[in-house]
Design a protein around this ligand. Sequence first.
Ligand code: OOG
Ligand code: NI
Length: 569
Amino acid sequence: MLSTPTRKFADKTRMQHRLFAELSAMFGREVPLYDKSLLVNRVANEAVCALLAEKHGGFALTAEQLEKASGERHGAIRIGTREEYRWVAGFFDAFAMLPHNFYDMTALGGKSQPIIATAFRSPMNPEHRVFCSLLMVDYFAPEIAERIEKRLAQRQVFSDRAKELILKNQEEGGLSEAESVELVKEGTARIFRWTGRAHDYQLYQDLSDAGFKIAADIACFESHHLNHLTPNTLCMDLYTAAMKFCLGELDKATFAARAASALTWLRTAADGDYMRLHFRHLGSDDIESFAAGEVSDSAIATLAAGLAERLTQSDLDLSKLRHSGFKDFTEGPPVETPVLLRQDSYKALTEPVIFQQPDGSTLEAKHTARFGEIEQRFYATTTVGRELYDRCLIAMEAERTRDPDLIKRDYAAFLAACAAVFAEFPRTLPELLGKGLVLGRYSATAKGIAAAGTIATTDIHELIEKGFARAEGLRYEDFLPFSAAGIFASNLGQYGTQSTAATKPAYSQELLESIMDRKIIDPNVIYRGMQAESLLQTYSDLGLMSRQSPREREELGAAVAAYHALAPA
Ligand code: OOG
Ligand code: NI
């Protein structure tokens, strides 16, 4: 897809890893609770790996491998002006991170926010991504819009050197090693750094009072400070229980029970497809070579008790740190439904800020915006799968609105209600693929290749059943606007906001593309293209090309062509 950079340039994927490792270190220094949450995730993941090693004989992950496998991050930044947004797009371009998807957060009904967004990531095998919001000033009444614009015009987030490097990458297609180190440094020392300084408290107050805290978070600060930097977890329910325990929100017995139930769930759910999805270093052959093992109830109880012990040690007493508690429920599908992504977070911290006032004086105040998200990624959905997901999600919202206290009154009943709402979704990859709800990458097996010429069916699911082909699920690599809106809302302590302009402007993908002067990639073209290409290859390897219906061949061919057309000339 992307042309490989020539050797005179620093490798952009390696630059990406360096950038996110450095951002993570920066954020850890800025926010001690973030650093500790990484440790909680590590010890929870170690317990998961211990269970997986029993279930899949031959699977083992050293501490070093686990650390390496845990480097994936997504960040969230919020930008004030169109010019800044264009520089941000140029910055990420230097790391081969391109805009994917258009998110119109002004069109989410009661959850709307005055922003539009895209997410920067690699088109293929992305590990890192940044959700990048742009404040739409014309969402506001002219008087306040003008004050925001005036304020924003006074800041200079990108240094001259950063701009030079971004332009050089744009013109020449890459940066030298030394320059790439410099650009990462620009990111951590300036562009994405939290300064603790803000400007114009009156504007801050007026925006916050009018329900636009997000605008205050953007307009009054000096940099595109990271709002959050999200790692992945191997087991959302184990991690959230552990965090709540460390923050003092669950007692030890409740934690041990929740941990045991999360691990019991994994005992069934962590099949070969889970392994493939969660460990990118494992191939299908590695996974097939694992011996099926048994995980006993007592092994689970031992793991849960061990984890409770570890979390009780003083280095994980998070109640001592500044915090505002953990979110009540996880955004996205319930644990039974392995599609798209599940997200949760510790709530936004209230942090000290010093305001520089227009008259030259300073004022000490507090700001609540930066939170601590975690996520677990599952399978990318087809159009049909996504429609079903959206329907289920609306039903789940309705359920929560109908009985908002259920979660506190009876946690098990709350989880059962969520599962019931998503009951139409099957729980395993073969069934999800079989029903056409998620996308996969198919390949011929050795048995299938040996049988080429004698195979009677062209139905991919039958080919899999007969052992002639196999499938892996495609991982969802993007964001979910409703999940994002839920996170926004719960952290800002504010639900959506209405436009105060005379008429609410309509925003489009074309608008954001023109702001960046680059095209936004539709990730569905990638997912569908990958699936189609793998199907064509499978049919070819099985000698079935000529037996496919012309219509199917045409459809697959069109999906592959659209996918290949994404590659720059
Ligand atoms: C971005 C929210 C979107 C997610 O994970 O959906 C996001 C923000 O809070 O600025 O990060
Ligand atoms: Ni996020």
